[in-house]
Structure formats: structure tokens, C-alpha cells
Design a protein around this ligand. Structure first.
Ligand SMILES: [Zn+2]
Length: 137
């Protein structure tokens, strides 16, 4: 995997522009009120919330400053924001020091941990009793 410092600058700028455009769309158009966002096929077929259900609405609420509503819609997405910021800052600091973070087993371990958290969140959020079972759709 290439470090962020090795990525071509035009690619980084294009990805940043796309990300900002996506955030601007989410800020301006509430996914709960506009049909321009995709429908969750898992929810449509099973009636259960997938781990990502409510994620776009949660980001919309975060951009509007309503953290409590965002947590109600998708707590995993809200928790991912500071975790992602930490990982980006950490990767940037390591690339500046020319001391790349450990690869190999450590990365594989984090991927398995992330997969386990996503699956567990998908199960727990569909439990039919309090405080779970909050249906965002
Ligand atoms: Zn879903």
C-alpha cells in the first residue's frame, strides 16, 4: 500500500474535491426528504437495518451540528468520524517522519477488528428491545 505522500497531487485534489462535493450535497439536501440518494437493498429485501442504514442521514445531522440525532440514526458512522480523523493524522505524521506505520499482520488485524465491529453493530442494532431496535428508515 502506498503512503499518502506518494499519491499524485492531482489525484489527491480530485478525491478531496469529490469528498467536499459529497459533503456539500449531504448538507444541502436532507437524505430523509430527497430521493436523490440510494435506497438500501438489504433493508428493502429483509426489513432489517444493515450496518450502513441511516449513515447518510447521520452525516447530514452531523454537518448540521445535531450529534444526538446523528447517534440515533447510525452510531457507528458517528464513531467512525473521530477514528478516521485519528488514522489520517497518524498516517500523515508517519509519512512526514519517514517512519511508516507497521504493515502486514497489524493491518490485517485492524481489518478483521473493523469487520467484526461492523457485523456486530449490524446484529445489535436489529435487536427488538430497548435500547436497540431504533429504526432509522
Ligand atoms: Zn442499509
Amino acid at each position: 500500500m502506498a503512503s499518502a505522500a506518494r499519491w499524485p497531487v492531482p489525484l489527491v485534489l480530485a478525491l478531496a474535491a469529490l469528498g467536499l462535493l459529497g459533503l456539500a450535497l449531504l448538507f444541502l439536501f436532507d437524505p430523509a426528504r430527497h430521493a436523490l440518494y440510494p435506497v438500501c437493498l438489504f433493508k428493502k429485501m429483509t426489513g432489517c437495518d444493515c450496518p450502513g442504514c441511516g449513515g447518510l442521514r447521520a452525516v447530514h445531522q452531523l454537518l448540521r451540528g445535531d450529534v444526538a440525532q446523528a447517534l440515533r440514526l447510525n452510531a457507528m458512522v458517528v464513531a467512525a468520524v473521530p477514528a478516521l480523523a485519528f488514522l489520517l493524522i497518524r498516517a500523515r505524521l508517519h509519512s512526514r517522519r519517514r517512519n511508516p506505520p507497521r504493515r502486514g499482520f497489524a493491518v490485517v488485524g485492524w481489518v478483521w477488528l473493523l469487520a467484526a465491529v461492523v457485523v456486530l453493530f449490524g446484529i445489535v442494532r436489529n435487536l427488538p428491545f430497548w435500547p436497540f431496535g431504533v429504526t432509522p428508515m
